[in-house]
Design a protein around this ligand. Structure first.
Ligand SMILES: [Zn+2]
Length: 431
């Protein structure tokens, strides 16, 4: 009976969303996504997007993020992406490739239509965003998403071994996941329903106005569950001797950013410990944080990733070229947080000193605002994406006052909420 009621509710819910997506006033794309994860590392995705033409295009443009992730060196064993079916309004459609990572689907002569994409991803083993890890399954960047338009151009993705040139516009997401019940699941939304069928569990989610959807799965997760008003704030971990303090930090960081920037608009937040090679990774309503960091690094990474809910998620950034804006803002936000919360033992004076040394040692090389794919190595990327932008923001705050910088960041939020911030917005920090 419970199953029937739950399924009926889901059916009613999807009907409502379907109606909502077809309203003429609805300008943003609507994704209806069914994901099946199999224990052999196979992900099967059945995705239908109600696509709104961006510029009267005769082909719908899509970024093949999972194809790019499978091609990255972060995978230590072979990963494989396979596109199985492409349909428009329920009928097989013609398609081609603009680049290996940009799919073009022939569009009908109407402004809004449904594109269905069915594909599989066979995960490799590694420590990247989309792979099987020692601790579980990192399921980031696994969705094919419509190319956004910035300054009258489609932004086309190409995989990069530095950073993550992931760019997408806000959309509405209805997602279901079927997964072996042995996994604990963290997601980019709070599950609306959760039903067990034999040895599998079906989770259903809905979240509007986000840029992506992500999962982290592990058989070893412990959960610290807190409520912030009516919003669940969940810490998923398997190796933390002081998980209560970490949970308190997550809550304090959320409150702090909400107080100084803007209301946290989403319905939940999950922070997930995971095997990950690059410290942390932000997704809507959730973040990966690597399990191999020192306590101080771990705390800093958590505060940095939570700040990305404002700088990446709310305020979008063209991550191909302008990654330094959200990384610089996330670094500065985390710095402000630890300066105001010394009880977490993150030495902000030392952080500033080390950051300054790094930038001043690099001074003969000016701040580079180049495509993320053009960096020569990890250090070059780190300095230009993190250290230099923090250095410039910090110097500006010293000169003009911290409150001036915070006010400026608030104005960026007001002007570019759910949009993309232009690179000129960072000129404020460059004398
Ligand atoms: Zn970041």
């Amino acid at each position: 009976m419970k199953k029937f009621v739950s399924c009926a509710l889901v059916a009613i819910f999807f009907c409502l969303i379907f109606v909502g997506c077809n309203k003429k006033t609805q300008a943003i794309d609507c994704y209806d996504i069914k994901v099946n994860y199999y224990d052999n590392g196979l992900i099967a995705v059945d995705l239908t997007v109600t696509y709104h033409k961006k510029m009267g295009e005769d082909m719908a443009h899509f970024n093949l993020f999972p194809k790019g992730e499978c091609a990255l060196k972060l995978n230590k064993s072979t990963a494989n992406f396979k596109l199985i079916k492409v349909m428009v309004n329920g009928a097989d459609a013609n398609y081609s490739y603009d680049t290996p990572y940009c799919l073009l689907v022939d569009a009908p002569n109407i402004d809004t239509f449904d594109v269905t994409l069915k594909y599989t991803i066979l995960l490799g083993e590694g420590e990247g965003r989309l792979c099987k890890t020692k601790s579980g399954i990192n399921m980031g960047n696994f969705l094919i998403l419509a190319c956004p338009v910035i300054d009258g151009k489609f932004i086309k993705y190409a995989p990069s071994n530095f950073g993550d040139p992931f760019v997408s516009q806000v959309a509405n997401f209805n997602v279901s996941l079927i997964v072996p019940s042995t996994y604990v699941v963290s997601a980019s939304a709070n599950a609306k329903t959760c039903d067990i069928y034999g040895d599998k569990t079906l989770y259903s989610y809905t979240q509007n106005y986000i840029r992506d959807f992500c999962f982290s799965l592990s058989k070893n997760y412990n959960i610290n569950y807190q409520k912030w008003g009516n919003k669940p704030v969940i810490y998923y971990f398997y190796n933390d001797t002081n998980s209560n303090l970490t949970s308190q930090l997550i809550m304090d960081a959320l409150c702090f950013y909400q107080n100084i920037f803007n209301t946290y608009p989403y319905g939940a937040l999950s922070i997930c410990q995971t095997t990950f090679s690059h410290g942390g990774m932000e997704y809507p309503l959730m973040a990966f944080v690597a399990d191999n960091l020192s306590r101080e690094e771990f705390y800093f990474a958590i505060a940095h990733e939570i700040a990305h809910q404002w700088w990446y998620s709310l305020v979008g950034v063209n991550q191909v070229y302008d990654y330094y804006i959200d990384e610089g803002f996330a670094q500065y936000s985390a710095y402000l947080f630890f300066k105001n919360y010394p009880q977490y033992g993150v030495d902000t004076k030392n952080f500033v000193q080390e950051n300054n040394l790094l930038v001043e040692g690099y001074k003969n090389n000016p701040f580079k605002r180049i495509a993320v794919t053009n960096f020569s190595g990890d250090e070059d990327y780190y300095i230009n994406a993190y250290a230099y932008p923090f250095y410039l923001i910090y110097k500006k705050a010293q000169k003009a006052g911290e409150s001036t910088v915070i006010k400026y960041m608030q104005s960026i939020l007001n002007d570019y909420k759910n949009k993309f911030v232009p690179p000129s917005a960072f000129d404020f920090f460059i004398d």
